[in-house]
Design a protein around this ligand. Sequence first.
Ligand code: GLY
Length: 337
Amino acid sequence: MIRRSFLKNTMLGIPAMSGALPSCTNNKKPQKPIIISTWDFGKAANSEGWKTLSANGHALDAIEKGARITEADQSNKTVGYGGYPDRDGKVTLDACIMDEKGNCGSVMCLEHIKHPISVARMVMEKTPHVILVGDGALQFALENGFQKENLLTPDSEAAWKEWLKKANYAPVMNIENKTYQSPDPGFFPGSIDNHDTIGMLALDSQGRLSGGCTTSGMAFKMHGRVGDSPVIGAGLFVDGEVGAATSTGVGEEVIRCVGSHLVVEYMRQGNSPREACKKVVERIAKRDPEKAKNIQIGFLALDNKGNYGAYALQKGFSFAVKSADEEIVIPGESYFK
Ligand code: GLY
């Protein structure tokens, strides 16, 4: 099912399931264990992660297993296998993972490996480092048993070749709102339905928080471009004393404000997850109001009690929640209505 019809159906389905369309993207009571993910495709990732959480497993395992579902889904053009390539036709992947104690690992611009989230975890657990990039990350992955694969699917190759006909470099992403006009409508051939990163946050039955983030990044980006997703503090941040946050959207703008770290710090000051996400979105909108009109950025947060919330710049953001009480996709609130 394509994202638009899925979201429409989901929104229609929520009143039947819960009695009312959520008026805001906060939960009413904390839930533990719980797993939440960006976008509607997060539902499948949550389901996989839930198998671990519901068996009293570790949040970090739930995150890795869930993210691997999205990475392996070739119909998803912005994560893992089948993700759109860069402007040179190379699929380069970014991912990171973090636990509540500040342990973290990241890979950037990794080619040929289907599951960058697992390589990121291995960087965290088997090296004294946090980040490996490019050829070094590939070498590390191959040395640790990962298989070299072609990640460019026929669909994604066709889209890239179509893009090459104009090759206008005007990256825009994540705009679900049908009224939105891209500066270059040809940038995404036939579609502006480009969803971006999966960011996942989980709180397990023992109160351990973890998060992960994985993406192929901006479609047809410059070779070597890295967004926010694998940058600890930008695309993901976890602090067991407070909570966790992750982001989706135009990574450059998230890096500029170290967005996910900022969300966690706003929670530390007593803001709810939703309020914390909203404050960061408002800061981004205030810094450059004209730019903000034309990009999408969304934040998702979970505190260490099991309260969640989200906020985005534009309409069209959604996130998926799985706990013992609920399994839903929630339309995100936005700054621009
Ligand atoms: N948020 C994903 C990226 O900018 O690459």
